[in-house]
Design a binder for this molecule. Structure first.
Ligand code: ADP
Ligand code: MG
Length: 755
């Protein structure tokens, strides 16, 4: 008997060897395979006629092979195939298509999917360049014919090689659904399905894999059929249910209730170097409210670059310290940690308290002696404020009396759960404040950060002038250096950022390049499609997208110093310097002892030198949108007008359309929310959040961007279930839900851990 938890190797057509391969794709049991859903569909019931195609559209057609030829052009071999329907024909071509030479015979029927291009050849009005292809079964394979033609056909992402192609999946999944018969254990209570007008689980799976005739293709492609909606709801409902339980459990935990009375507030006012903005006041009030509770705070502070998050964090730390607790501030880079360390010391010195506050720095590359000494001061409770990097969690630091943890720029972390390890056993849990400049839409934030409350800094400190952003081609570099010289002569400072430290290789640690699809890349399809895509990519890649040699920070530092920027005081900053060296360079730049900082993206987050007014980014097309926005946020922090100069290679072919869009957006707007929305659309939620890193589960069906509405619904229903499920639903229904959550939380959703 096949059941959902039957190991995949016992499924007809699989076996141990294939099961091994599927395991790599995290497909272990029958249920996993059933939830491997098609990523698109082809209408092979009402195939498109070659006459009615529209140039520019993506179309799937069924046609017969008429003839093939391998053209050996000067540049590369091109495989050409003419396909036809009756008197009409169409040409298809594959660059470097030698491998396709003997694959086709005239008379074979093919399903093709690709972009329709106009053509003026004798072979017809249209052509397709490198379409995805499937050879359709002939009359000698009646069972397969049933699945491959005369219906809406699902197209799957291949699970590995030619063997586990779309066609293979169709066969295996079809048989599985037959074997499973008419029922499947439910997951969502029938009452709930009915109320939401969603089909049962088995119906949904059947229809998503093999849509009944008449289902709208557009609904299918958009995952908007009731069957899709049901599976999306199911996935999000259990996610939200698990999160809701975690939130409830959090409220039962014990945290240090801090006091923020008149004395503390007075002391706080004395250290503040400026009047807080209204937004800062509002957010601090929200934080103080949490700190006073006997449950640990879990709060996310969102604020665009430059909105002044640091001072809010330091105020919270100050309150914890005044209550006799230790506070920790964790930054994503050593440079930022160092900067916070210096800022915190400056701030706390202003209080003129005796004895003075004890601020300690702990980063990975401090030498062992200093680390050991600092760990000791932390453990003995001598350190009031500890500032560091990941080393704070990695170096097994034990705090004597930790009351507050602040995590700066959370999008670089995703390790909330580990703060729990930082406290001594049997003591209260520290309050946690997470700060991010990534403006995440609220519904997404609620999921991404699970059980965090959210505060927003929606106002910039007064006196900021908008940053002037320009795109300049490399050929005009001399003008840029001239401009930089003028700014320096006027008493300002500037940054020049490069994508790599040294050499022109991409594999350097601090890089987080924007991953653009190659111009000719096709979406993942079945095995054959995949091969076509990969082969053509390897070869034609060179044609369209020859990688220019990358300028590097180290090389350009030397070059500029000797040439265009000779006479200016240049500093060099990148991830491979030792902590002490970074500290020195940073400090000199901050004090104005350096005019220009040549750097990599190590300065991306947080670095705060208000006197810097120019940000030059070379190879700007190589950076992601979030990164560009962050980098630009390094200037425009003071009163003087600031400039961001995005430099790119000359020939337009070198900048992909996606990069083009990013650069345009940068010039167009300075609004972080707008840029984040665009970034999210360009990259998709997985890449945007850095799925695993951010602690987001890999969704099997849902897409956080597309399914925001459903997420909201799922959240409401999950809360309602926890609150009144017992009253509203049958005992069996309630039991089904808990059983499913228990069985699936860890594996599918367990990554969302907010500690
Ligand atoms: P971010 O939110 O990007 O971390 P920072 O905390 O680094 O921003 O603050 C950006 C700059 O604005 C810093 O130079 C900081 O001193 C300054 N700043 C912050 N709050 C205020 C304020 N209320 N008034 C004037 N300047 C402020
Ligand atoms: Mg910051």
């Amino acid at each position: 008997m096949t059941a959902l938890d039957t190991p995949i190797q016992f499924v007809k057509g699989v076996g141990p060897r294939v099961a091994e391969k599927l395991k790599e794709k995290n497909i272990l049991v029958v249920e996993d395979l059933l939830y491997h859903l098609p990523f698109r569909y082809e209408d092979r019931l009402n195939p498109r006629s070659l006459n009615e195609l529209v140039p520019g559209e993506m179309a799937s057609v069924i046609a017969e092979v008429r003839g093939t030829i391998l053209l050996r052009t000067k540049r590369m071999p091109i495989f050409e195939m003419t396909v036809g329907q009756g008197p009409v024909s169409m040409k298809c071509m594959w660059f470097h298509g030698t491998y396709l030479k003997d694959k086709f015979q005239p008379g074979q029927m093919l399903a093709l999917y690709g972009k329709v291009e106009p053509s003026r050849s004798r072979a017809g009005n249209f052509k397709m360049i490198q379409p995805q292809i499937e050879i359709l079964p002939g009359a000698d394979a009646p069972e397969e014919t049933l699945l491959e033609v005369g219906r809406i056909v699902p197209v799957y992402e291949s699970l590995g090689g030619a063997q586990l192609s779309s066609r293979w999946l169709r066969r295996v999944i079809y048989r599985l659904l037959e074997d499973l018969g008419g029922t499947l254990p439910e997951t969502v209570p029938a009452e709930l399905c009915k109320r939401m007008q969603l089909p049962s689980r088995i119906e949904a799976l059947r229809q998503v894999h093999f849509p009944p005739a008449g289902t709208g293709l557009r609904l299918l492609q958009a995952a908007a059929t009731p069957a899709h909606q049901r599976l999306i709801f199911e996935e999000l409902f259990f996610l939200e249910l698990g999160l809701e339980l975690k939130r409830r459990r959090m409220r039962e935990r014990i945290g240090p209730a801090l006091i923020a009375d008149g004395r503390v507030r007075e002391a706080l006012k004395r250290v503040l170097p400026f009047h807080p903005t209204t937004a800062q006041k509002k957010v601090l009030a929200e934080i103080v409210h949490d700190l006073r509770q006997p449950t640990p705070m879990r709060r996310l502070l969102q604020g665009d670059v430059g909105s002044g998050k640091t001072i809010v964090a330091l105020q919270a730390a100050f309150i914890a310290i005044e209550n006799g607790h230790q506070a920790a501030l964790m930054a994503p880079t050593e440079i930022l940690a160092t900067q916070h360390y210096l800022a915190a010391r400056r701030l706390l010195e202003r209080s003129q308290r005796q004895p003075p506050y004890n601020v300690v720095l702990l980063t990975g590359s401090l030498d062992e002696d200093r680390k050991r000494a600092n760990r000791g001061r932390i453990a003995r409770g001598e350190a009031d404020l500890v500032i560091g990097t990941h080393a704070l969690i990695e170096e097994k630091v034990e705090f004597a009396n930790l009351g507050l943890v602040v995590v700066d720029e959370q999008h670089r972390f995703g390790v909330m759960q580990r703060f729990r390890l930082m406290k001594k056993p049997n003591t209260a849990e520290p309050h946690v404040l997470v700060m991010t400049a990534t403006p995440i839409p609220r519904t997404l934030a609620l999921t991404l950060y699970g059980d965090l409350d959210v505060s927003v800094l929606d106002e910039l400190p007064p006196g900021r002038t908008p940053i002037v952003t320009r795109r300049i081609v490399d050929e005009r570099a001399e003008e840029v250096w001239g401009f930089l010289r003028k700014q320096v002569a006027a008493g300002h400072q500037g940054y020049i950022v490069y994508p790599v430290i040294e050499g022109s290789k991409d594999d350097q640690p601090e890089l987080d390049f924007a991953h653009d699809p190659e111009p000719d890349e096709v979406s993942p399809g079945n095995a054959k499609e995949k091969t076509v895509a990969r082969k053509s990519k390897a070869k034609t890649g060179a044609l369209f997208n020859e990688k220019p040699a990358l300028k590097s920070a180290v090389a350009m530092y030397e070059e500029l110093r000797a040439t265009h920027l000779a006479g200016l005081r240049l500093g060099l900053l990148h991830g491979r310097l030792r902590a002490e060296e970074k500290e020195i360079v940073m400090r000199r730049f901050q004090r104005g002892e350096l005019d220009v900082l040549v750097a990599t993206t190590v300065i991306e987050v947080g670095v705060d030198v208000p006197n810097a007014t120019v940000m030059v980014i070379e190879h700007a097309e190589r950076f992601g949108l979030a990164q560009l926005h962050q980098l630009r946020g390094r200037v425009g922090r003071g009163k003087a007008r600031s400039y961001c100069i995005l430099m790119t290679g000359g020939p337009p072919l070198r900048v992909s359309p996606q990069a083009e869009e990013r650069l345009d957006a940068m010039v167009r707007t300075q609004n972080g929310f707008e840029l984040a929305e665009l970034d999210l659309t360009l990259r998709g939620p997985g890449e945007f959040f850095g799925t695993r890193q951010a602690g987001l589960p890999d969704f099997r069906v849902a897409n956080l961007l597309r399914d925001r509405k459903m997420l909201e619904l799922a959240r409401m229903e999950a809360t309602r279930f926890v609150e009144s499920g017992e009253k509203e639903l049958s005992r069996a229904s309630v039991e089904i839900v808990w059983a499913h959550l228990r069985a699936h939380w860890q594996r599918h959703y367990g990554l969302v851990e907010a500690g």
